[in-house]
Design a protein around this ligand. Structure first.
Ligand SMILES: Cc1cc2nc3c(=O)[nH]c(=O)nc-3n(C[C@H](O)[C@H](O)[C@H](O)COP(=O)(O)O)c2cc1C
Length: 201
């Protein structure tokens, strides 16, 4: 495997992929990483192109050097010929848990209808449904209350995925209501509970 595709492999650790999408709540990724840095986890971040507007990859790499960050570009620069591994398939094999935090309205809709046009949605499309999949929606209240949202969420729930519910608050756009991403503490609790189920801690 090329150096670019070397995946973190500390022994006795659970492998966590954190998918990040283009919601303003992606600014909390550094806080989330700080909160889980001492857990026995190998961590990979897979961000959509828009997610990287909300946090700084270089800063994150300096602070959390063991965390690997993949972009859509990684998928294509790591594949040259038939014998090369395909990144989204390597990631679905590697991961014990997939968390998407935040999950924006766009990627939620894409996942629910099977669209896989970037690295993150390809990992989801190829996901082993026997492994835990946690998702934290985050969107404006009007988007949250649109019927297309509950239809998509119901679909994900029917596949056995776990919803970490939104919170009601004053959102970044100024609106007040439901749609905010769950608190980091809640997300950490859910990660820990899945880790306990996997029985590696
Ligand atoms: C400043 C800003 C904040 C945004 N916040 C959200 C959000 O919280 N939730 C959401 O669903 N979309 C939000 N969007 C819209 C998404 O970024 C947009 O739908 C984008 O296409 C998502 O792409 P992705 O799902 O590939 O990351 C925001 C857009 C901007 C410009």
């Amino acid at each position: 495997m090329s150096q670019q595709l070397e995946l973190p492999c500390l022994p006795e650790c659970i492998n966590l992929v954190i998918g990040v999408t283009g919601s303003v709540a992606a600014i909390k990724i550094p806080i989330l990483l700080e909160a889980i840095k001492d857990l026995p986890l190998n961590i990979i971040i897979v961000g959509t192109q828009h997610s990287f507007h909300f946090f700084n990859i270089s800063e994150l790499k300096v602070k959390h050097e063991k965390v690997k960050i993949f972009t859509d570009e990684s998928e294509w620069t790591s594949w040259r010929q038939m014998t090369d591994p395909v990144l989204h398939i390597e990631l679905r094999k590697w991961a014990d848990i997939l968390l998407i935090a935040p999950l924006d309205a766009n990627t939620l809709a894409k996942i629910s209808s099977g669209i896989c046009d970037n690295l993150l949605t390809c990992v989801v499309r190829a996901w082993d449904l026997k492994k835990p999949f946690l998702f934290c929606p985050s969107m404006n209240t009007h988007m949250w209350e649109h019927p297309v949202t509950s239809e998509a969420i119901d679909k994900l729930l029917s596949w056995g995925f776990t919803l970490i519910p939104v919170v009601a608050k004053k959102l970044a756009c100024g609106d007040i209501g439901p749609g905010g991403m769950a608190e980091v503490d809640t997300i950490v609790m859910e990660i820990k509970s899945r880790m306990e189920l996997i029985k590696k801690i």
